[in-house]
Design a protein around this ligand. Sequence first.
Ligand SMILES: Nc1ncnc2c1ncn2[C@@H]1O[C@H](COP(=O)(O)OP(=O)(O)OP(=O)(O)O)[C@@H](O)[C@H]1O
Length: 203
Amino acid sequence: MLEARDIQFSYHGGRRILERVSLILEPGQVLGLAGPSGCGKSTLGMLIAGHLEPDAGKICVDGQHHGRGWCPVQYVHQSPIATVDPRWRIGRIVEEGWEPDEETRSAIGVSKSWYDRFPHEISGGELQRVVLLRAMAPSTRYLVADELTAMLDPITQANIWRYLLAQCRKGLGVIAISHDRQLIDRVATRRYTLTDRGLTDVV
Ligand SMILES: Nc1ncnc2c1ncn2[C@@H]1O[C@H](COP(=O)(O)OP(=O)(O)OP(=O)(O)O)[C@@H](O)[C@H]1O
């Protein structure tokens, strides 16, 4: 189980972005997270994946704080270009964390022919799939998908979610951050909205 409890956070001691936010995600669940632009959804996702440290509160997987090494919670950023080294070729980026099998690579829609190219030599949607493939190592147990499919065409978007929902049936837990209410309604088992009053359930 992934648990974030009473999380408080502000950037560089400025305005409080998150005030006592708590959530629980069980293996196999998809938690949909919406909310106005700038309310702190990506910040919460990065905190949960250990990219940022909360000012107060706790984030645990099965009762344990993330240690060193591969984090069991992976965050896929809405701007994939921000999360890759522009001097690395795609093959090196993909294989930084693990060596994906053919089945996973083709299910996510990453072509081996991109491996020799640099990030600026593939499209934004292709790079989004590359960073998703990099995140899907066998030791990944929870995925924070931040506007993951926003820049993809409807067919590719459907394929990616078909793949992710199949992984959920095997126990992956997903936090889907999106402004796309229809997408959240389709994929999420629980839906939340984040506002300056905290997280609220959406029915
Ligand atoms: N590195 C940073 N330093 C200072 N402020 C930041 C930083 N990153 C984000 N912020 C601010 O924190 C607030 C929350 O940003 P965040 O990206 O988490 O919002 P969001 O809900 O994901 O927004 P959107 O829906 O537009 O993606 C915003 O006001 C943003 O300007």
